[in-house]
Design a protein. Structure first.
Length: 285
């Protein structure tokens, strides 16, 4: 099977459960990577009341109930529904058939579907989900109006080489350059499952003049052998900026991701049987 194209496609906007999902699947088929963004307000509680929401959230229902009445409850519900719909598009299942799980560092994954990796970021009522069948993915989302340059955070975010680059950049461009580095470093460390445990000043990013593909640098500015990593920044509508990091482990693109193997089919079948058993009355066949 051939590898991915090395390109990260533009983010696709969906406006709720109805998608559109065809462009997302097309991106996965072509690149092995897809980015999906959506307003959290586009993911209200589904018709059917509590029982339907519980069916869709699965094991996350308990966490949602714990958040009831708090400001984060609606965001939690919306992001989990979005993630499940993205994952279902990738593997050819129904969203309620999939269960989200969490690693030791809190990183999301789909239980029983290790042929894909996904990651989530959200800010200001917008969520971004990245999904890949190539290996690992991390994403970060910020608004371009966020002021980070001049806040004193630069030494903690940048290598000595990056600080020099910022100092030589035109002053009006410095905030955006720093923000782009921030999103890419967040995406990279999230893909690794490290988050803020991997200090940002220990690695640098070489940015192109405009949003697009970037490169990983050592603290002194020398290029790193990226070993299958691809880094991109992408602009969304309304001034949002996305950083994306993808590691291609050589699995190839995804024409056959959709539950094509016997193991994957069995995984979904087991989930269906468990759900059917849970709905049977006591003593039923």
């Amino acid at each position: 099977m051939s590898g991915g194209s090395g390109l990260v496609p533009p983010p696709r906007q969906v406006t709720g459960a109805d998608g559109p999902w065809e462009p997302v699947r097309a991106d996965l088929d072509r690149h092995g990577v897809a980015l999906v963004h959506s307003r959290l307000a586009d993911w209200p509680a589904p018709p059917g009341g509590e029982s339907e929401l519980r069916r869709q959230l699965g094991r996350d229902w308990t966490r949602y109930r714990e958040l009831a009445g708090r400001p984060h409850a609606d965001r939690f519900r919306a992001t989990r529904m979005l993630i499940k719909h993205v994952a279902a598009t990738a593997v050819g299942a129904h969203p309620h058939e999939l269960e989200l799980a969490y690693g030791l560092t809190g990183r999301l994954y789909v239980r029983g579907c290790d042929q894909i990796d996904l990651n989530l970021s959200h800010t200001k009522g917008i969520a971004l989900v990245g999904v890949t069948s190539l290996g690992l993915i991390g994403v970060d989302l910020e608004h371009e109006e966020r002021r980070v340059y001049g806040s004193g955070i630069e030494p903690a975010m940048c290598t000595p080489d990056e600080l020099r680059r910022l100092a030589h950049a035109p002053e009006p461009e410095r905030n955006l350059q720093l923000l782009r580095r921030w999103t890419l470093k967040e995406a990279y460390t999230k893909a690794l499952g490290q988050g803020l445990l991997f200090p940002f000043r220990h690695f640098g990013v070489d940015l192109p003049d405009s949003c697009g593909r970037a490169r990983l640098l050592r603290p002194d500015g020398d290029p790193v052998n990226e070993q299958g990593w691809t880094f991109h920044t992408r602009r969304l509508a309304d001034g949002y900026l996305a950083g994306v990091a993808v590691r291609d482990d050589g699995r190839g693109r995804t024409p056959d991701t959709g539950l094509a193997t016997a193991l994957d089919r069995n995984t979904v079948q087991v989930l269906r049987e468990r759900q059917a058993a849970a709905r049977r009355p006591p003593g039923g066949d």
